[in-house]
Design a protein around this ligand. Structure first.
Ligand code: NA7
Length: 485
C-alpha cells in the first residue's frame, strides 16, 4: 500500500495484540514501527502465566491469528506453553524482534504539537505520529485483602506469578479463589499434592467443555487442506464469538437455555449432595464468566481435596483461619484471586490535547468511542480498551477486528489526515447506549464479576458480536474530529 507520508508508529506491548498490530501495519505499508515491552520476550500474558494446568478455554483453532492458520494444535483447548510457542513463532516469522525493544516500560505518553512523545524506563522515545496501546487486559494481579496475608510461614504467591522453586508434591496446598485459573490449578495439581483445600467465596457455573486431543489424521487433513482449517475457524467463530456471545447478551434464548442446561446437568454429576449444594451458584448462568472444564468436579471429589466454603477470617503463620474458628494448616497458599481488569493504560500517564490526562478524563468511568479511540487523544488507538467484548470467546479475533478499525484510520493518517480523534458527541451517544442496555444484561443479575467496573458500569460489550463486527468494519469519519495534512 502506497502512502503520502511515512508514519512513525509506536506499539505498546508485544503480546498477542502487539505482534498482530505490527504484522498488519507492515502489510499496509507502514514500515517505521517500534514496539515496546516491559518483559523480555514475546507472549504477553502467555509469557507471564506459567501455573500448572495453564490453558486457554477458547478452542485453539479460534484462538489464533486469522492470517496464520496452524494445523498442529494438540488439543481442542491447548496448553499455555503451546499457545506461547505459537505466538512466538509468528513473531519470529515476521521478524517482529527487529522492531521491538524489550525490557522497556512505557511510563508516560504526551501529545505535543501533533506528535506523541513517550517517556520510558530507558529514557524518552519519539516523536511518533500514532500510538497503538496493545497492553492486554488482565495485567495486574489482585491480591486478596485478607488480614495476616504476609504472616504466613509457608510459601505463598499469586497464580499468575507462579513460584516454580516451590515443590508441591505431597504438600498441603490451599488455593484461594474459584475462577478459571483456580479451577485449572486444582484439576492439574490434585494428584500431585498431599492435601488440597480450595477456598470458595462464590460458587461458579461450569460448562463441561471436553478437551480432547486432536487426532493425527485431523492434523494431517489440516496440513494438506487449508480450506478445512479455515472452515474449522469459521465454525468455531460462529459457535463462540457468534452464538455463545449472543446467548449471554440475551439475543439467543435457545442457545442460552442449552448452555444453562448443560451447566446444571454437569453440576448434577457431583455425587455428594452436600458438596453439590455448596458448589451450586446462587446467580444466573453467564452473570460471571463461565468456567470451561470437564475435569474440575472430578478433581474436587478426590479423597485428598476439600472445598472450604466458610469465610476466610485471616491468614495465620500456620495456614488459613476460617469463620467458624477452624485453622486449615497449609504449606503453600496460591492466590488465584484474579486481576484488576479495569486499569487499561494505568499506571502509564497519558496526556492528550491541552494536557488532559486519561486518568482525569476517566475519573468517573473509562469511556472510549467503540472501545478504540478517546476524545482529546488524537492518533491514540487501543486494543482491548473500555467496553471491548470480553468473555468466553476469542480475544484474538476481537483484537484483530479492533485493530482493523484502527488501521483504517492509521492509513488515513499516512495519506491525507494529520490528526484524528472521536467527537465527544459520538462518544457520549455510544456510552449512553451502553448504559441504556445495562439493565437488560445478565451481568447486573446479582453477582460480582469483572464484567462490571468498580463504579458499577458495564466493562464489556453489551450487544452481540455481529454488531461489534459491523461497527468495526469501517470508521465513520463523521464521528471524528479531523485535522487534514
Ligand atoms: P477471576 O475469574 O477474577 O477469579 C478470581 C477468584 O478469586 C474468584 O473466585 C473470587 O471470588 C476470588 N477472590 C478474589 N478475592 C478474594 C478474597 N478476598 N477472598 C476469597 N476469594 C477471593 O480470576 P481468574 O484468574 O480465575 O480468571 C481470570 C480470567 O483469566 C479468566 O476469566 C480468563 O479470561 C482468563 P468471587 O467470585 O469474587 O467471590
Amino acid at each position: 500500500m502506497k502512502h503520502t507520508r511515512r508514519l512513525r508508529v509506536a506499539v505498546i506491548g508485544a503480546g498477542a495484540s502487539g505482534v498482530m498490530a505490527y504484522v498488519k501495519l507492515k502489510q499496509h505499508g507502514h514500515d517505521d514501527v517500534q514496539l515496546f515491552d516491559k518483559g523480555d520476550d514475546f507472549g504477553g500474558t502467555w509469557r507471564d502465566n506459567t501455573y500448572p494446568g495453564l490453558a486457554c478455554d477458547v478452542p485453539s483453532h479460534l484462538y489464533r491469528y486469522s492470517f496464520e492458520p496452524y494445523a498442529e494444535w494438540s488439543r481442542v483447548c491447548s496448553s499455555g506453553p503451546e499457545i506461547l510457542s505459537y505466538f512466538k513463532a509468528v513473531a519470529g516469522k515476521h521478524e517482529v524482534g527487529r522492531a521491538t525493544e524489550f525490557g522497556v516500560e512505557v511510563l508516560g505518553a504526551e501529545f505535543l504539537e501533533g506528535c506523541w512523545y513517550l517517556e520510558t524506563s530507558k529514557g524518552p522515545r519519539g516523536p511518533f505520529d500514532a500510538v497503538v496501546s496493545a497492553m492486554g487486559i488482565l495485567r495486574f494481579p489482585l491480591y486478596p485483602d485478607i488480614a495476616g496475608r504476609d504472616a504466613f510461614a509457608g510459601a505463598s504467591f499469586h497464580a499468575s506469578r507462579w513460584d516454580h522453586s516451590v515443590a508441591l508434591a505431597g504438600k498441603r496446598v490451599g488455593v484461594i479463589g474459584t475462577g478459571s485459573t483456580a479451577i485449572q490449578i486444582v484439576s492439574a495439581t490434585v494428584d500431585t499434592v498431599g492435601e488440597l483445600k480450595m477456598f470458595q467465596r462464590t460458587a461458579q457455573w461450569i460448562m463441561p467443555l471436553p478437551n480432547k486431543a486432536i487426532p493425527e489424521e485431523t492434523k494431517q487433513r489440516y496440513r494438506s487442506d487449508r480450506a478445512a482449517l479455515e472452515m474449522e475457524y469459521a465454525r468455531l467463530a460462529d459457535a463462540f464469538n457468534g452464538r455463545f456471545a449472543a446467548a449471554v447478551v440475551g439475543d439467543n434464548p435457545e442457545a442460552y437455555d442449552r448452555i444453562a442446561r448443560q451447566c446444571r446437568e454437569h453440576l448434577a454429576t457431583v455425587r455428594d449432595p452436600d458438596l453439590r449444594a455448596r458448589l451450586t451458584p446462587d446467580y444466573e448462568v453467564g452473570c460471571k464468566r463461565l468456567i470451561m472444564s470437564d475435569s474440575f468436579y472430578e478433581a474436587i471429589q478426590r479423597r485428598n481435596a476439600t472445598l472450604v466454603t466458610e469465610r476466610i477470617e485471616r491468614i495465620m503463620p500456620e495456614g488459613v483461619l476460617t469463620s467458624e474458628g477452624r485453622l486449615h494448616a497449609l504449606d503453600v497458599i496460591v492466590f488465584a484471586t484474579g486481576y484488576d481488569a479495569h486499569t487499561f493504560v494505568a499506571p502509564m500517564e497519558v496526556r492528550g490535547r491541552d494536557g488532559l490526562s486519561l486518568a482525569e478524563a476517566w475519573a468517573d468511568a473509562a469511556e472510549a468511542y467503540l472501545g478504540v479511540t478517546v476524545p482529546g487523544f488524537p492518533n491514540w488507538f487501543m486494543i482491548g480498551g473500555p467496553n471491548s467484548p470480553i468473555g468466553n470467546f476469542s480475544f484474538i479475533m476481537t483484537a484483530e477486528r479492533q485493530f482493523g478499525y484502527a488501521l483504517a484510520l492509521i492509513d488515513r493518517l499516512a495519506d491525507d489526515l494529520r490528526e484524528v480523534s472521536p467527537t465527544p458527541e459520538a462518544t457520549k451517544r455510544f456510552n449512553e447506549a451502553i448504559k441504556a442496555k445495562m439493565p437488560d444484561t445478565i451481568w447486573v443479575s446479582g453477582c460480582r464479576s469483572w464484567y462490571m467496573d468498580r463504579n458499577g458500569n458495564i466493562a464489556s460489550w453489551p450487544w452481540n458480536y455481529e454488531r461489534f463486527e459491523a461497527e468495526m468494519r469501517e470508521p465513520d469519519l463523521d464521528h471524528f474530529e479531523i485535522v487534514r495534512q
